[in-house]
Design a protein around this ligand. Sequence first.
Ligand code: CLF
Ligand code: SF4
Length: 518
Amino acid sequence: MDSKERSGATPQTRSQLMRNIKVITEHTGCGAAGGSGKASCGSSMGPQDMPAAVWEKVKNHPCYSEEAHHHYARMHVAVAPACNIQCNYCNRKYDCANESRPGVVSERLTPEQAAKKTLAVATAIPQMTVLGIAGPGDPLANPAKTFKTFELIARTAPDIKLCLSTNGLMLPDYVDAIQELNVDHVTITINMVDPDVGALIYPWIFYNHVRYTGRAAAEILTARQLLGLEMLTERGILCKVNSVMIPGVNDRHLVEVNKAVKSRGAFLHNIMPLISAPEHGTAFGITGQRGPSAQELKALQDQCEGQMNMMRHCRQCRADAVGLLGEDRSAEFSTEKVMTMDVEYDVDSRRAYQTAVEDQRQEKGAAKEAEMRTLTGRTSDVTILIAVATKGDGRVNEHFGHAKEFQVYEASTAGAKLVGHRRVDGYCQGGYGEEDTLPTVIRAINDCVAVLVAKIGGCPRDTLKAAGIEPVDACAHEFIEAAVLGYFKGYLDRVEKGEIEHVARGDAAIRQGAYVAA
Ligand code: CLF
Ligand code: SF4
């Protein structure tokens, strides 16, 4: 292979790229069939908020619809080990940080193994609707394995949506293949549109047999990413943009990124916190680059939400994740187990299961609307955050001590919406409360006024109260949004009667390390 290293692109390549960037900056249309921005689409919105064809694409995709993520699962198959760029937040020993939390991929699969695993998972988990390829390297740096996998799955399980996540460097070259294989959801990780910012994030890229470094590398990367996004949305393929928020590096700049991707028709923008624990061995981890706090992340997401719809429920999941977002069932489907399974793929029974899920969704929506009606006519400046322990189905159904994450809802007289989640180590370990973990749980939900749970023991109850967080188990097994609105209404009543004082809460921490709890 003719491999060279360059810190500057050739004059011709460079001028071509700069023309591309100029065109990109000037682009104002919305090419996506789904449209962009607030006008028509939204991760938490329903069929009334978007064209029917777009709703069909997102309604059971757990990443593209916040509401769907309570009910539908995705799986990733780790068929793409190689990468063609280096991100300062990635250590090759760990999953792709574009789409995963730090943690090694257990197994790498061949396309044939991946196809068999997909059928096995889809049979065991009928609410698994999406197959994604998200690493552990970059899927488009491994095009033969990636497209072979999609081809096999499209043939044997045509009801499963195909999803791809890429750094975007090779995207323009594969747009036709993506379209031909009916891959209808593509995520591009775009952390900058300014090469000077990019030079702080990407030490090198490898493109057309040449290794580029510094600003030249970032110039090529941003031009290719934005060109790829534009080409996809012109073809009506739904695109999500992931951005890693790196305080002091690209945090303010992400507002510009948001505008650039919105103008190119991106359906959804997912701003994720940098995870940079020193033990992960990434360049940012080693130099002590911090990640954002919970409120810093929320403030940026809120700022961008004025422009377009933001994804708030991303779990930065592994490249071999299986299950609902926030749960990991990959250990149940090791290659060894899957290869010995007799799989009878039955589309009809999957459809029947999903029909029951849809009934439950309707019930949940009706409960939320009924609770909203009780707030009709009330106005108030009070806005609060409420943490919720759930293990799925959109209900408050997890014990405080078993929760490995809390979903965080913002409630006001305007309604209730999910604004994030906080990972924690389970308080209850081996049947006993682990006192050392309680302060970390409190730090994770410190900006919330209450935590809604299915059940909670006396000790954590008292400690939470002392920290100013009200533990609530009175709404156990209720639908989450109805429960959040019900709590908010009671809170507002108490404030208005002078029984409690509404005071601003502090900030909260986003965990940086890997899980230690079982
Ligand atoms: Fe996977 Fe990504 Fe498809 Fe989802 S994940 S390839 S769009 S099916 Fe989802 Fe995981 Fe966040 Fe990715 S929660 S890291 S956004
Ligand atoms: Fe790592 Fe993914 Fe970046 Fe490649 S694109 S360096 S695998 S985070």
